[in-house]
Write a protein that binds this ligand. Structure first.
Ligand SMILES: [Zn+2]
Length: 303
């Protein structure tokens, strides 16, 4: 974590309400985000568009398709006003540790189901479909989430979910749920998330990481089992900082996270972490939302 307090966002709760406190203002902003070069028909691509008198509806002069700014987007939800979407998005990007569906429910005066579904759709839009590969010095580590088993020893991991993470020093993070912490799985994760000529991979002394070095990539280990935590610039403190955020968010905000949804919580954490120095995170998250299709509730609960 290079900056503990993060970068100052270009928006706060007061100007959020001033700028986006009603439907008209939210729609106008979404129109700017969706169509920076002017309103375009989602069906035929025409730019010859008439606006109906009630302002919300457009009519395509070429194919006569009638649409609104939310047509075909995640916002196309019959009962949730846009300003609630905006407020929910703001709360999710602003909170370092994330926000639980229960907190969101109270803040927006909606049902738990609506809140849960809303949080998941925003989270889903945050996932980075095509991330860059990490390079330079990359720290890799695994951690265990959830599944406390009464009566079992501290080291018992049978019921827990394994998460592996990589962070580029001063850069982005990649987090992923994996089936096991064996050599094949960890090596594959590293290969899929780092440049082939990454300068160095720093890990602890877990033997499964052995053999990850090659001609242009060093592998340095810190011997946690020997109580060694830092040796020169060799440490895994950045990735461990993410684990502590993850654990505080699960304990503090989410209470318990089902394994099947853990990957999307990781995407949310990754999105916030990777944008920790982006002052336009709120706008950029709305941009992701307007570009992502809807995620049907049935699909989400069936995953
Ligand atoms: Zn058209």
């Amino acid at each position: 974590m290079s900056k503990k307090n993060g970068t100052k966002q270009d928006i706060n709760l007061v100007n959020l309400i001033e700028k986006y406190g009603n439907e008209d203002k939210c729609r106008a902003f979404l129109e700017e985000l969706r169509w920076p070069d002017g309103v375009t028909c989602p069906r035929c691509g025409s730019k010859s568009i008439s606006r109906y008198r009630d302002k919300y509806v457009f009519d395509c002069n070429s194919c006569r398709y009638q649409f609104s700014v939310t047509a075909g987007t995640i916002f196309h939800d019959s009962h949730l006003p846009l300003w609630k979407w905006f407020l929910a998005t703001y709360m999710m990007v602003e909170s370092k540790k994330g926000i639980s569906a229960n907190q969101m429910k109270r803040a927006l005066s909606v049902s738990y189901k609506t809140s849960w579904y809303l949080c998941h759709r925003i989270r889903n839009a945050m996932s980075d479909g095509n991330p860059n590969l990490l390079k330079g010095i990359v720290e890799v580590d695994e951690t265990y989430v959830g599944g406390k088993t009464k009566g079992m020893g501290h080291g018992y991991k049978g019921n827990k979910t394994i998460v592996v993470g990589a962070t580029q020093r001063g850069g982005e993070a990649r987090l992923q749920v994996v089936d096991d912490n064996g050599r094949k799985t960890l090596h594959q994760f590293i290969r899929e998330n780092t440049m082939p000529n990454t300068e160095a991979i720093y890990t602890d002394d877990w033997p499964a990481y052995n053999g990850i070095a090659d001609a242009d990539t060093r592998h340095e280990t810190i011997n946690h089992s020997q109580e060694e935590w830092v040796r020169g610039d060799v440490h895994t403190n950045s990735v461990e900082g993410i684990w502590s955020l993850l654990k505080r968010s699960i304990v503090g905000s989410y209470h318990k996270v089902s394994t099947k949804h853990l990957d999307s919580y990781l995407d949310e954490l990754e999105w916030r972490f990777n944008n920790r120095e982006n002052p336009y995170l709120f706008r950029d998250t709305l941009l992701k939302l307007i570009k992502s299709g809807n995620l049907p509730y049935q699909e989400l609960v069936a995953q």
